[in-house]
Design a protein around this ligand. Sequence first.
Ligand code: ADP
Length: 448
Amino acid sequence: MFKKILIANRGEIAVRIHRTCREMGISTVAVHSEADASALHVKLATESVCIGGNAAKDSYLNIPAILSAAEVTDAEAIHPGYGFLSENSKFAEITGKLGFTFIGPKPEHIVAMGDKITAIQTVKKYGLPTVPGSDGVLDDVEQAVEVAERIGYPVIVKATSGGGGKGMKVAHSTQALRQAFHIAMSEAQANFGDNRVYLEKFLEQPRHVEVQVLCDSHGNVSILGERDCSLQRRHQKIIEETPSPAVTDPMREKLFEQVARVCQGMGYLGAGTFEFLYEKGEFYFIEMNTRLQVEHPVTEMVTGIDLVAEQIRIAFGEKLRYPIHSVTPRGHSIECRINAEDPEKFYPSPGKVTEYFAPGGPGVRVDSCLYPGYSVPPYYDPTVGKLIVHGATREECVARLKRALEEFVVGGIKTNIPLHRKLVATNAFLKGEYTIHSLEHYLQTGRL
Ligand code: ADP
């Protein structure tokens, strides 16, 4: 097994990866920006290296600095976490060329799935259903109008290189589409340096359901269930749960078989997530993430499998210990993302954490980078932690979640904990009846 792993990330995910490494007897190297010198991931790591200034491009996206840190500390492998360089195929490739192991898929899979159109075309080859749409890059606005008229409004214009919920514009009419097309293209250029866009039918009542996979280098595939991530604001997930309250066993079985076929066909390696929209009994593939997801702990809670440990074992060349169909999830799990932001207006709320008390007790897990006295820097993503709970049934899980949210204290900065408390008390949430549009609707009307 590896003796030392460099964690090329920060925040709660760097802490989470460190924890598994230590349980496996592996030393860790933390990298950090100047502002993160006293961050929890730095304090916990076996050693740490400052890799640059506060802007992500100077530190957590600074490939030469990260690889130099791996070199000087004699790290053997690099775990990229999520975000930052986790889906950067060049980083994965250079890491491998320099003799380090990249804990993730092969660079060619990152390339194929990083481009959403290629991803859609790849999975279609293996029979996965996709959302009706342009089937490729739109050349111009006239083509967009033509496709929209064929499939019917509303439609959504999406950036081929999009991510993080950015670069998507909905249009309900030809006039709106003409505008949306140009706005989406310029936003895509500004955010991703790539102005290519495509078009999909905008589904009006779907749920977001995704499938977790693990694949080893010996051709074995394991499907670790689904997650329902429908509660979103601005296309960003806020609450996730498994199993999905909307998916039945026969549907699940068929979906998992289709996903396994794609993994086997691609010769995929490592952890990955296939994302779908689910509406009226049908699944439509939208994209694949070739990395660990923020919401991976709910899968860990019901399967008892440590996904980071499996990623590390797979990268080391070991065989999957969980062959397909061998994993039976137990109970129910829900995660609330804890963001340092105003719970009503959603502006970021960096600053000093004066008080911190994380809930505990049966079935409660908190993955967080907070501690009393820590200053949340203003430079990065507002997600500072996750509250994850497990229960024998969804009912028990929700009761536990409510109780844990009541206990959670974060003082000095604003967080979205008050919003979570309100959301989990709604009737719609209790019944598990919500779609990807419910949270936005709730914010406008007070009803989920
Ligand atoms: P990103 O890579 O930015 O996360 P995705 O393609 O995964 O983008 O989409 C993110 C979210 O946007 C989805 O979970 C869903 O809420 C919404 N979305 C994407 N495509 C559609 C669509 N065709 N119809 C309705 N909503 C969509």
